[in-house]
Design a protein around this ligand. Sequence first.
Ligand code: G6P
Length: 593
Amino acid sequence: MCGIVGYIGKKNGAIPVIDGLKRLEYRGYDSWGIAAKDSGRIDFHKQVGKIGAFELAKDLPEFSGNICIGHTRWATHGGVTEANSHPHFSCDNKIAVVHNGIIENYQELRKNLEAKGHKFRSQTDTEIIPHLIEEKLKEKHNLPSAVRLALKDLEGSYAVGVISQDDDILIGARKGSPLVLGIGNGEFFLGSDVPAFLKYTNKVIFLDENQMAILDQKNQSYKIMDVNTNKQLNPEIATIEWSLDEAEKGGHPHFMIKEMLEQPYVIEKTISVEANELKKAASMIKSAERIYIVACGTAMHAGMYGAYIFALRNNLIVQTISAGEFPYFEHLISTNDLIITVSQSGETADVLEAVRSAHRSGAKVLSLVNVMGSSLMRMSDMFLLTKAGPEICVLSTKAYVSQQAMFVMLSATLAGDITAGKKILQIAKNDIAKILKLMSLDKIKKLAREIATVPNIYAIGRGVNYPSALEGCLKIKEVSYIHAEGFAGGDLKHGPISLIEPGVPVLAFVANDGSDKEILSNAMEVKARGARVIGISFENNQVFDEYFPVAANGVYTPISAIVYTQLIAYFIALEKKLDPDKPRNLAKSVTVK
Ligand code: G6P
């Protein structure tokens, strides 16, 4: 949900800022904009559409400034127009602001500011921020105080970058939306995420809630302040271990394919997760009275898979709840409960809200999270890092596999046999490597070509493969815009079977976990009504019109089976000439509720 970048130093800041925006485009790509301060003047440029093909040297050669901010937008308040794109300015155009988040009391603030004579040029909530700062400056505050006081008036969430025509500083602050400070050699960076500036430095400070960074160009120094108390803080500088290569496409045409290809390596990382960490997490699970898994989207499907594994392997009843629905269960949560959250980004607003609500009820929170330093990581009582590495494609692929793998390791730890978990994952890893080698085989591409024009695709699975059916269809719909829906095999006869028409593709996930007979009968039922049955199964069957083999890995079969649907989704997108990394209307990290 919007990405922000900032630079202060001796270079032309527009270069790293444009570069950073390109890397943050996964957070939103409706429109973008930059503002830079050069010898006392703020220059800006805004554009509707993706920043992808923009080249500073060619498209805007004159644009430069040592203090620069930029923004890539995912519209919430106000349509996708140049006027609504960031940066936004004060009336006198001396203050420029980029913002990620939602200001909940903006209407009231805007009314007050308009009453004082402020003129607004957009429909955004963000625009009140530069006007508020302008108002505080009129009260004779210096820029840091004016920004701090303005921020205190805001309700909702923000990560902001602020520059002023009259000051040689860059200010960044956050509450509820992520912001990372990069510390370079005589220069500083701000980014919604580390890859925004990883090319320039791997020394970072993850700003915490209500923290404000004041970055000074002349003294080449930084100060971190608490917005509420105005006290100076001394947060730790972390070193990022991700290489730039990991965050870049590495010669592949899209992040999606690059990230899918990394999946065997990602499982390897999960296999090597610290036993002590697993044991600590397992003891939290053991001592909990009730356990809920709370997550969104793909992460929720991984959570559903985890719940099946806990039930089947550990005799644990675990309920999975979509984070957005969690508030309706909050009154039932109590001190002895455990909330397990799953999130790639660690910044999904609904998940963070669920954590706050869990803590309000006294429950403990254990998180499976991929981004080091993320809000979720810091808010949790304990976290397990899924170590999938940076996932840039809006569609989650390798993070899903790593989350499933982490649930397997947790389940094995609970059963007192970590080695068994490692063996299972080794089978899954080898199987994924095999599937990805088959990738170039024309079979998947041919299927993608043939089904790229159908209006509907369905998937069926039972037990551990029910989440596979949901996730497989989520991948297809996200990237190809084909209506795709997953069902539990047993539910078909309760309604969905009426949708089956001759020729409709139905993906059938079959595992050697004791559910194979039932799911194959369901496949027969749809086949009898003319469906084209695509089997993703441990063994071939005459009901399949096409067959994609997976290793016979019992209840762990879904870890590798899902890779086929990722590939099918990817190749359908290519067939339809769609950008698999940036599907319409979606954002990778949904930091609004
Ligand atoms: C968005 C993305 C999904 C993702 C979900 C949860 O909806 O489009 O791909 O699965 O957020 O994200 P998280 O970062 O919490 O895993």
